[in-house]
Design a protein around this ligand. Sequence first.
Ligand code: AMP
Ligand code: SF4
Length: 452
Amino acid sequence: MSVFGVYGVKDAAQTVYFGLHALQHRGQEGAGLATFEPDGSCLHHRGLGLAGEVLSQSELARHHGTIAIGSTKYANAAQSGLDNVQPLFFRHKSGDFAIAGEGKLINSDQLYDYLENRGCIFHTGTDSEILANLIKKESAGKRIDYLIRALNMMEGGFTFVIMTRNRIYACRDKYGIHPLAIARLGEGYVISSETCAFDLTGASFIRDVEPGEIVCIDDNGIRSNLYSHFQKHKVCAMEYIYIARPDSDIDGCNVHAFRKESGRRLALECPCPDADIVVGVPDSGLSAAFGYAEQSGIPYEMGLVKNRYVARTFIQPSQAMRERGVQMKLSAVRSIVGGKKLVLVDDSIVRGTTCLKIVKLLRNAGAREVHVRIASPMMTYPCYYGVDTPTRKELLSSKRSLEESCKAIEADSLGYLSREATVASAAGCSELCLACFGGGYPTALYKHETEE
Ligand code: AMP
Ligand code: SF4
Protein backbone atom coordinates (compact mmCIF):
# COMPACT_ATOMS: atom_id res chain seq x y z
CA MET A 1 0.00 0.00 0.00
CA SER A 2 1.09 3.55 -0.47
CA VAL A 3 0.03 7.04 0.52
CA PHE A 4 0.64 10.30 -1.28
CA GLY A 5 -0.33 13.88 -0.55
CA VAL A 6 -0.02 17.27 -2.26
CA TYR A 7 -0.45 20.70 -0.69
CA GLY A 8 -0.45 24.10 -2.39
CA VAL A 9 0.18 22.89 -5.92
CA LYS A 10 -1.87 23.83 -8.98
CA ASP A 11 -3.70 20.81 -10.41
CA ALA A 12 -2.81 18.76 -7.36
CA ALA A 13 -4.73 15.76 -8.76
CA GLN A 14 -2.33 15.50 -11.70
CA THR A 15 0.60 15.42 -9.26
CA VAL A 16 -1.13 12.65 -7.28
CA TYR A 17 -1.50 10.73 -10.52
CA PHE A 18 2.25 10.90 -11.17
CA GLY A 19 2.98 10.05 -7.54
CA LEU A 20 0.77 6.97 -7.52
CA HIS A 21 2.24 5.86 -10.82
CA ALA A 22 5.70 5.88 -9.19
CA LEU A 23 4.30 4.01 -6.16
CA GLN A 24 2.45 1.41 -8.21
CA HIS A 25 4.82 -1.38 -7.07
CA ARG A 26 3.32 -1.02 -3.55
CA GLY A 27 -0.09 -2.25 -4.65
CA GLN A 28 -2.04 -2.88 -7.80
CA GLU A 29 -5.51 -3.87 -6.64
CA GLY A 30 -6.89 -0.37 -6.44
CA ALA A 31 -6.14 3.33 -6.36
CA GLY A 32 -7.90 6.44 -5.18
CA LEU A 33 -7.76 10.22 -5.10
CA ALA A 34 -9.46 12.93 -3.05
CA THR A 35 -9.19 16.69 -3.55
CA PHE A 36 -10.67 19.65 -1.76
CA GLU A 37 -12.01 21.86 -4.51
CA PRO A 38 -11.89 25.68 -4.61
CA ASP A 39 -15.60 25.77 -3.57
CA GLY A 40 -14.78 23.77 -0.41
CA SER A 41 -16.33 20.51 -1.56
CA CYS A 42 -14.42 17.24 -1.51
CA LEU A 43 -14.20 15.32 -4.76
CA HIS A 44 -13.13 11.74 -4.34
CA HIS A 45 -12.74 8.87 -6.71
CA ARG A 46 -11.64 5.31 -6.08
CA GLY A 47 -11.49 2.22 -8.24
CA LEU A 48 -10.09 -1.25 -8.70
CA GLY A 49 -7.08 -1.48 -11.00
CA LEU A 50 -3.84 0.36 -11.60
CA ALA A 51 -3.56 4.07 -10.85
CA GLY A 52 -3.42 4.84 -14.58
CA GLU A 53 -6.68 2.95 -15.16
CA VAL A 54 -8.56 4.37 -12.18
CA LEU A 55 -7.39 7.96 -12.60
CA SER A 56 -8.21 8.58 -16.25
CA GLN A 57 -7.52 11.98 -17.79
CA SER A 58 -11.25 12.69 -17.84
CA GLU A 59 -11.45 11.95 -14.11
CA LEU A 60 -8.43 14.13 -13.38
CA ALA A 61 -9.97 16.96 -15.40
CA ARG A 62 -12.83 17.14 -12.86
CA HIS A 63 -10.39 18.03 -10.05
CA HIS A 64 -9.18 21.62 -9.74
CA GLY A 65 -8.06 21.80 -6.11
CA THR A 66 -4.57 22.59 -4.91
CA ILE A 67 -4.78 20.08 -2.07
CA ALA A 68 -5.10 16.35 -2.66
CA ILE A 69 -4.28 12.92 -1.26
CA GLY A 70 -4.16 9.50 -2.91
CA SER A 71 -3.25 5.92 -2.33
CA THR A 72 -2.66 2.57 -3.99
CA LYS A 73 -3.83 -0.68 -2.44
CA TYR A 74 -2.49 -4.21 -2.73
CA ALA A 75 -4.75 -7.24 -2.78
CA ASN A 76 -4.98 -9.17 0.43
CA ALA A 77 -7.58 -11.78 1.13
CA ALA A 78 -8.84 -10.20 4.36
CA GLN A 79 -9.57 -6.73 3.03
CA SER A 80 -10.12 -6.88 -0.67
CA GLY A 81 -12.55 -5.00 -2.87
CA LEU A 82 -13.47 -1.42 -3.57
CA ASP A 83 -14.69 -0.67 -0.03
CA ASN A 84 -11.15 -0.89 1.23
CA VAL A 85 -9.58 1.30 -1.45
CA GLN A 86 -8.56 4.67 0.00
CA PRO A 87 -8.70 7.64 0.54
CA LEU A 88 -11.86 7.48 2.61
CA PHE A 89 -13.95 10.62 3.02
CA PHE A 90 -15.70 11.62 6.27
CA ARG A 91 -18.12 14.35 7.22
CA HIS A 92 -17.92 15.94 10.63
CA LYS A 93 -19.23 19.07 12.31
CA SER A 94 -15.64 20.16 12.96
CA GLY A 95 -14.97 19.98 9.21
CA ASP A 96 -14.93 17.31 6.52
CA PHE A 97 -11.78 15.31 6.01
CA ALA A 98 -10.25 12.46 4.00
CA ILE A 99 -7.72 9.85 5.09
CA ALA A 100 -5.37 7.48 3.30
CA GLY A 101 -3.30 5.06 5.33
CA GLU A 102 -0.88 2.23 4.96
CA GLY A 103 0.43 -0.50 7.23
CA LYS A 104 -1.52 -2.30 9.95
CA LEU A 105 -2.59 -1.70 13.50
CA ILE A 106 -1.94 -4.56 15.85
CA ASN A 107 -4.68 -3.53 18.28
CA SER A 108 -7.46 -3.01 15.74
CA ASP A 109 -9.73 -5.60 17.43
CA GLN A 110 -9.49 -3.76 20.74
CA LEU A 111 -10.23 -0.46 19.01
CA TYR A 112 -13.21 -1.95 17.14
CA ASP A 113 -14.61 -3.10 20.50
CA TYR A 114 -13.97 0.27 22.07
CA LEU A 115 -15.61 2.18 19.23
CA GLU A 116 -18.50 -0.19 18.54
CA ASN A 117 -19.38 -0.08 22.24
CA ARG A 118 -19.68 3.67 21.76
CA GLY A 119 -22.03 3.41 18.81
CA CYS A 120 -19.68 3.45 15.82
CA ILE A 121 -20.60 1.38 12.79
CA PHE A 122 -17.85 0.37 10.38
CA HIS A 123 -18.17 0.13 6.61
CA THR A 124 -14.65 -1.01 5.77
CA GLY A 125 -11.85 -3.09 7.23
CA THR A 126 -9.37 -0.23 7.08
CA ASP A 127 -7.37 1.28 9.90
CA SER A 128 -8.15 4.69 8.39
CA GLU A 129 -11.78 4.23 9.38
CA ILE A 130 -10.69 3.44 12.94
CA LEU A 131 -8.61 6.62 13.00
CA ALA A 132 -11.50 8.65 11.59
CA ASN A 133 -13.83 7.36 14.29
CA LEU A 134 -11.34 8.07 17.03
CA ILE A 135 -11.08 11.61 15.68
CA LYS A 136 -14.85 12.02 15.26
CA LYS A 137 -15.52 10.83 18.80
CA GLU A 138 -13.99 14.06 20.06
CA SER A 139 -15.84 17.27 19.40
CA ALA A 140 -14.09 19.92 21.44
CA GLY A 141 -10.61 21.37 21.14
CA LYS A 142 -8.21 21.61 18.25
CA ARG A 143 -8.00 18.84 15.67
CA ILE A 144 -4.28 18.34 16.29
CA ASP A 145 -5.02 17.59 19.96
CA TYR A 146 -7.50 14.88 19.21
CA LEU A 147 -5.33 13.53 16.45
CA ILE A 148 -2.54 13.17 19.01
CA ARG A 149 -4.90 11.39 21.41
CA ALA A 150 -6.17 9.09 18.65
CA LEU A 151 -2.70 8.12 17.46
CA ASN A 152 -1.70 7.34 21.02
CA MET A 153 -4.42 4.72 21.11
CA MET A 154 -3.11 3.06 17.96
CA GLU A 155 -0.31 0.51 18.07
CA GLY A 156 1.35 -1.00 15.02
CA GLY A 157 3.17 -0.06 11.85
CA PHE A 158 1.33 2.69 9.99
CA THR A 159 1.47 5.92 8.08
CA PHE A 160 -1.51 8.20 7.46
CA VAL A 161 -2.13 11.31 5.41
CA ILE A 162 -5.16 13.26 6.58
CA MET A 163 -6.55 16.06 4.45
CA THR A 164 -8.85 18.83 5.66
CA ARG A 165 -9.98 21.83 3.60
CA ASN A 166 -6.84 23.78 4.35
CA ARG A 167 -4.31 21.39 5.81
CA ILE A 168 -2.60 18.02 5.45
CA TYR A 169 -1.34 16.00 8.41
CA ALA A 170 1.29 13.32 7.72
CA CYS A 171 1.71 10.78 10.51
CA ARG A 172 4.19 7.95 11.05
CA ASP A 173 3.99 5.38 13.84
CA LYS A 174 6.36 5.72 16.75
CA TYR A 175 8.68 2.96 15.47
CA GLY A 176 8.81 4.42 11.96
CA ILE A 177 8.09 0.93 10.60
CA HIS A 178 6.94 2.12 7.18
CA PRO A 179 8.61 5.00 5.35
CA LEU A 180 7.12 8.45 4.78
CA ALA A 181 8.92 11.49 3.39
CA ILE A 182 8.20 15.14 2.56
CA ALA A 183 9.40 17.20 -0.40
CA ARG A 184 9.05 20.72 -1.73
CA LEU A 185 7.25 21.34 -5.03
CA GLY A 186 7.23 24.98 -6.14
CA GLU A 187 5.45 26.92 -3.39
CA GLY A 188 3.85 23.74 -2.12
CA TYR A 189 4.64 20.34 -0.63
CA VAL A 190 4.43 16.67 -1.49
CA ILE A 191 4.26 13.71 0.92
CA SER A 192 5.02 10.20 -0.22
CA SER A 193 5.46 6.65 1.06
CA GLU A 194 8.66 6.51 -0.96
CA THR A 195 11.07 9.12 -2.23
CA CYS A 196 11.07 7.56 -5.74
CA ALA A 197 7.81 9.43 -6.37
CA PHE A 198 9.47 12.82 -5.87
CA ASP A 199 11.57 12.68 -9.03
CA LEU A 200 8.61 12.01 -11.29
CA THR A 201 6.61 14.85 -9.77
CA GLY A 202 9.57 17.26 -9.92
CA ALA A 203 9.64 17.68 -6.12
CA SER A 204 12.81 18.02 -4.04
CA PHE A 205 13.23 15.92 -0.92
CA ILE A 206 13.17 17.82 2.38
CA ARG A 207 13.24 15.07 5.01
CA ASP A 208 11.65 11.89 6.32
CA VAL A 209 8.74 12.14 8.73
CA GLU A 210 10.16 11.00 12.07
CA PRO A 211 8.80 8.08 14.10
CA GLY A 212 5.96 9.33 16.31
CA GLU A 213 5.71 12.57 14.38
CA ILE A 214 2.73 14.40 12.91
CA VAL A 215 3.83 16.85 10.25
CA CYS A 216 1.21 19.50 9.66
CA ILE A 217 1.32 21.32 6.32
CA ASP A 218 -0.74 24.44 5.60
CA ASP A 219 -0.34 28.03 4.40
CA ASN A 220 2.03 28.67 7.30
CA GLY A 221 4.41 26.00 6.02
CA ILE A 222 5.47 22.86 7.89
CA ARG A 223 4.99 22.31 11.61
CA SER A 224 6.07 19.30 13.58
CA ASN A 225 4.25 17.71 16.54
CA LEU A 226 5.35 14.58 18.31
CA TYR A 227 2.34 12.50 19.25
CA SER A 228 4.52 10.28 21.41
CA HIS A 229 7.71 10.89 23.29
CA PHE A 230 8.44 7.21 22.96
CA GLN A 231 10.34 7.04 19.70
CA LYS A 232 12.39 4.14 18.50
CA HIS A 233 13.45 3.55 14.94
CA LYS A 234 12.50 0.05 13.83
CA VAL A 235 12.22 0.43 10.08
CA CYS A 236 10.82 -2.64 8.34
CA ALA A 237 13.76 -4.63 6.96
CA MET A 238 11.48 -5.96 4.20
CA GLU A 239 11.09 -2.40 2.90
CA TYR A 240 14.81 -2.45 2.12
CA ILE A 241 14.93 -6.13 1.11
CA TYR A 242 11.92 -6.34 -1.17
CA ILE A 243 9.14 -3.77 -1.01
CA ALA A 244 10.66 -0.40 -1.85
CA ARG A 245 11.96 0.64 -5.24
CA PRO A 246 15.77 0.61 -5.54
CA ASP A 247 15.89 4.33 -6.32
CA SER A 248 14.16 5.22 -3.04
CA ASP A 249 16.00 6.36 0.07
CA ILE A 250 14.49 5.38 3.41
CA ASP A 251 15.65 7.33 6.45
CA GLY A 252 18.75 8.40 4.56
CA CYS A 253 19.70 4.94 3.25
CA ASN A 254 19.40 4.09 -0.44
CA VAL A 255 17.52 0.86 -1.12
CA HIS A 256 19.73 -0.31 -4.00
CA ALA A 257 22.88 0.37 -1.95
CA PHE A 258 21.45 -1.71 0.91
CA ARG A 259 20.60 -4.60 -1.42
CA LYS A 260 23.97 -4.54 -3.15
CA GLU A 261 25.76 -4.55 0.19
CA SER A 262 23.59 -7.45 1.39
CA GLY A 263 24.59 -9.36 -1.78
CA ARG A 264 28.24 -8.67 -1.11
CA ARG A 265 27.90 -9.95 2.44
CA LEU A 266 25.95 -12.96 1.18
CA ALA A 267 28.91 -13.88 -1.05
CA LEU A 268 31.17 -13.77 2.02
CA GLU A 269 28.82 -15.74 4.27
CA CYS A 270 27.55 -18.27 1.70
CA PRO A 271 30.16 -18.64 -1.02
CA CYS A 272 29.70 -20.97 -3.99
CA PRO A 273 33.13 -21.99 -5.19
CA ASP A 274 33.59 -22.91 -8.86
CA ALA A 275 30.22 -21.53 -9.93
CA ASP A 276 30.19 -20.36 -13.57
CA ILE A 277 27.71 -17.49 -13.32
CA VAL A 278 25.58 -15.45 -10.91
CA VAL A 279 21.94 -14.97 -11.94
CA GLY A 280 19.63 -12.52 -10.18
CA VAL A 281 15.85 -12.92 -9.98
CA PRO A 282 14.30 -9.87 -11.64
CA ASP A 283 13.59 -7.33 -10.26
CA SER A 284 14.01 -7.43 -6.51
CA GLY A 285 16.95 -9.89 -6.53
CA LEU A 286 19.02 -7.96 -9.05
CA SER A 287 20.78 -5.46 -6.79
CA ALA A 288 21.86 -8.24 -4.39
CA ALA A 289 23.02 -10.39 -7.32
CA PHE A 290 25.24 -7.53 -8.55
CA GLY A 291 26.77 -7.34 -5.07
CA TYR A 292 27.26 -11.10 -4.95
CA ALA A 293 28.96 -11.14 -8.36
CA GLU A 294 31.18 -8.18 -7.51
CA GLN A 295 32.33 -9.66 -4.21
CA SER A 296 32.82 -13.23 -5.45
CA GLY A 297 34.35 -12.37 -8.81
CA ILE A 298 31.90 -14.77 -10.50
CA PRO A 299 30.49 -13.13 -13.65
CA TYR A 300 26.94 -11.81 -13.56
CA GLU A 301 24.75 -13.08 -16.39
CA MET A 302 21.19 -12.40 -17.42
CA GLY A 303 19.98 -15.98 -17.06
CA LEU A 304 16.39 -14.91 -16.39
CA VAL A 305 14.33 -12.36 -18.27
CA LYS A 306 11.12 -10.83 -17.15
CA ASN A 307 7.97 -10.16 -19.07
CA ARG A 308 7.49 -6.50 -18.26
CA TYR A 309 3.75 -6.58 -18.51
CA VAL A 310 3.01 -8.87 -15.58
CA ALA A 311 2.42 -7.50 -12.12
CA ARG A 312 4.32 -8.70 -9.06
CA THR A 313 3.36 -12.30 -8.33
CA PHE A 314 2.97 -12.06 -4.60
CA ILE A 315 0.35 -9.38 -4.95
CA GLN A 316 -2.06 -11.80 -6.65
CA PRO A 317 -4.39 -13.04 -3.94
CA SER A 318 -4.81 -16.79 -4.47
CA GLN A 319 -2.20 -19.56 -4.56
CA ALA A 320 -3.38 -20.74 -8.00
CA MET A 321 -2.91 -17.25 -9.46
CA ARG A 322 0.46 -16.94 -7.77
CA GLU A 323 1.71 -20.21 -9.24
CA ARG A 324 0.64 -19.33 -12.75
CA GLY A 325 2.09 -15.86 -12.17
CA VAL A 326 5.69 -17.04 -11.85
CA GLN A 327 5.63 -18.75 -15.26
CA MET A 328 3.97 -15.75 -16.85
CA LYS A 329 6.57 -13.46 -15.38
CA LEU A 330 9.93 -15.13 -15.95
CA SER A 331 11.78 -17.13 -18.61
CA ALA A 332 15.19 -18.75 -18.37
CA VAL A 333 17.69 -17.97 -21.13
CA ARG A 334 18.79 -21.38 -22.40
CA SER A 335 21.87 -20.13 -24.25
CA ILE A 336 23.18 -18.59 -21.01
CA VAL A 337 22.27 -21.14 -18.33
CA GLY A 338 22.67 -24.37 -20.39
CA GLY A 339 25.33 -26.67 -18.84
CA LYS A 340 26.23 -24.11 -16.15
CA LYS A 341 26.70 -24.36 -12.41
CA LEU A 342 24.94 -21.23 -11.33
CA VAL A 343 24.32 -19.14 -8.22
CA LEU A 344 20.72 -17.96 -8.17
CA VAL A 345 20.33 -14.84 -6.00
CA ASP A 346 16.93 -13.69 -4.78
CA ASP A 347 15.89 -11.16 -2.15
CA SER A 348 13.80 -13.45 0.07
CA ILE A 349 11.82 -16.67 0.32
CA VAL A 350 8.33 -16.49 1.79
CA ARG A 351 6.29 -19.58 0.86
CA GLY A 352 8.94 -20.96 -1.46
CA THR A 353 6.55 -21.17 -4.43
CA THR A 354 8.49 -18.68 -6.53
CA CYS A 355 11.88 -20.14 -5.82
CA LEU A 356 10.85 -23.72 -6.59
CA LYS A 357 9.38 -22.60 -9.92
CA ILE A 358 12.51 -20.69 -10.83
CA VAL A 359 14.82 -23.56 -9.96
CA LYS A 360 12.68 -25.80 -12.20
CA LEU A 361 12.70 -23.22 -15.01
CA LEU A 362 16.49 -23.08 -14.88
CA ARG A 363 16.88 -26.85 -14.85
CA ASN A 364 14.47 -27.19 -17.76
CA ALA A 365 16.62 -24.70 -19.63
CA GLY A 366 19.65 -26.95 -19.09
CA ALA A 367 21.29 -25.56 -15.92
CA ARG A 368 23.65 -28.23 -14.47
CA GLU A 369 23.52 -27.07 -10.84
CA VAL A 370 21.40 -24.40 -9.15
CA HIS A 371 22.73 -23.00 -5.86
CA VAL A 372 20.23 -20.65 -4.27
CA ARG A 373 21.46 -17.70 -2.20
CA ILE A 374 18.95 -15.50 -0.41
CA ALA A 375 19.86 -11.92 0.54
CA SER A 376 17.85 -11.97 3.79
CA PRO A 377 17.54 -14.33 6.76
CA MET A 378 15.13 -17.28 6.98
CA MET A 379 11.61 -15.93 7.31
CA THR A 380 10.08 -17.77 10.26
CA TYR A 381 7.34 -15.51 11.62
CA PRO A 382 4.44 -13.55 10.12
CA CYS A 383 4.32 -9.79 9.89
CA TYR A 384 1.62 -7.99 11.88
CA TYR A 385 2.46 -4.54 10.57
CA GLY A 386 0.88 -4.65 7.15
CA VAL A 387 3.39 -6.57 5.05
CA ASP A 388 1.26 -9.31 3.64
CA THR A 389 3.16 -12.43 4.73
CA PRO A 390 1.27 -15.66 5.42
CA THR A 391 0.82 -17.57 8.68
CA ARG A 392 3.78 -19.42 10.20
CA LYS A 393 2.82 -22.78 8.79
CA GLU A 394 2.79 -21.44 5.22
CA LEU A 395 6.28 -19.96 5.51
CA LEU A 396 8.81 -22.27 3.88
CA SER A 397 11.37 -22.08 6.65
CA SER A 398 9.30 -21.70 9.81
CA LYS A 399 9.27 -25.40 10.58
CA ARG A 400 11.98 -26.69 8.23
CA SER A 401 15.71 -26.92 8.71
CA LEU A 402 18.00 -25.38 6.10
CA GLU A 403 18.47 -28.81 4.52
CA GLU A 404 14.71 -29.46 4.40
CA SER A 405 14.07 -26.04 2.89
CA CYS A 406 16.74 -26.71 0.28
CA LYS A 407 15.07 -29.99 -0.61
CA ALA A 408 11.64 -28.34 -0.84
CA ILE A 409 12.84 -25.86 -3.44
CA GLU A 410 14.84 -28.59 -5.23
CA ALA A 411 18.08 -26.62 -5.14
CA ASP A 412 21.59 -28.09 -5.06
CA SER A 413 22.38 -25.90 -2.07
CA LEU A 414 20.73 -23.07 -0.18
CA GLY A 415 22.20 -20.22 1.86
CA TYR A 416 20.60 -17.28 3.67
CA LEU A 417 22.13 -14.02 4.84
CA SER A 418 22.46 -13.82 8.65
CA ARG A 419 20.50 -11.31 10.74
CA GLU A 420 23.80 -9.71 11.72
CA ALA A 421 24.83 -9.20 8.10
CA THR A 422 21.38 -7.80 7.28
CA VAL A 423 21.80 -5.26 10.05
CA ALA A 424 25.33 -4.50 8.87
CA SER A 425 24.05 -3.88 5.31
CA ALA A 426 22.03 -1.01 6.76
CA ALA A 427 25.05 0.48 8.54
CA GLY A 428 24.58 4.20 9.04
CA CYS A 429 20.80 3.91 8.59
CA SER A 430 18.06 3.52 11.15
CA GLU A 431 17.67 0.45 13.30
CA LEU A 432 15.66 -2.31 11.57
CA CYS A 433 12.62 -4.36 12.50
CA LEU A 434 13.60 -7.97 11.75
CA ALA A 435 10.72 -9.65 13.55
CA CYS A 436 9.67 -11.93 10.69
CA PHE A 437 13.25 -13.21 10.55
CA GLY A 438 13.26 -14.92 13.94
CA GLY A 439 11.11 -12.80 16.26
CA GLY A 440 11.60 -9.66 18.31
CA TYR A 441 8.45 -7.72 17.46
CA PRO A 442 8.86 -4.07 18.41
CA THR A 443 5.29 -3.71 19.75
CA ALA A 444 3.11 -5.70 22.10
CA LEU A 445 1.34 -8.47 20.19
CA TYR A 446 -2.08 -8.58 21.87
CA LYS A 447 -3.97 -11.72 20.79
CA HIS A 448 -1.33 -12.60 18.21
CA GLU A 449 1.10 -13.61 20.92
CA THR A 450 -0.22 -17.15 21.17
CA GLU A 451 -0.30 -17.80 17.44
CA GLU A 452 1.91 -20.66 16.31
P1 AMP B 1 7.29 -17.02 -2.30
O1 AMP B 1 8.49 -17.57 -1.57
O2 AMP B 1 6.88 -17.81 -3.45
O3 AMP B 1 6.16 -16.79 -1.36
O4 AMP B 1 7.66 -15.59 -2.88
C1 AMP B 1 8.83 -14.96 -2.51
C2 AMP B 1 9.12 -13.87 -3.48
O5 AMP B 1 8.07 -12.89 -3.42
C3 AMP B 1 10.41 -13.18 -3.07
O6 AMP B 1 11.44 -13.57 -3.91
C4 AMP B 1 10.10 -11.72 -3.21
O7 AMP B 1 10.55 -11.24 -4.45
C5 AMP B 1 8.62 -11.64 -3.10
N1 AMP B 1 8.22 -11.29 -1.71
C6 AMP B 1 8.89 -11.48 -0.61
N2 AMP B 1 8.20 -11.06 0.46
C7 AMP B 1 7.08 -10.57 0.03
C8 AMP B 1 5.97 -9.97 0.64
N3 AMP B 1 5.85 -9.83 1.94
N4 AMP B 1 5.00 -9.53 -0.16
C9 AMP B 1 5.09 -9.73 -1.45
N5 AMP B 1 6.10 -10.30 -2.07
C10 AMP B 1 7.08 -10.73 -1.37
FE1 SF4 C 1 8.90 -5.75 8.11
FE2 SF4 C 1 9.14 -8.26 8.94
FE3 SF4 C 1 9.03 -6.28 10.71
FE4 SF4 C 1 6.89 -6.93 9.28
S1 SF4 C 1 7.90 -8.20 10.81
S2 SF4 C 1 7.62 -4.87 9.69
S3 SF4 C 1 7.81 -7.52 7.31
S4 SF4 C 1 10.63 -6.66 9.16
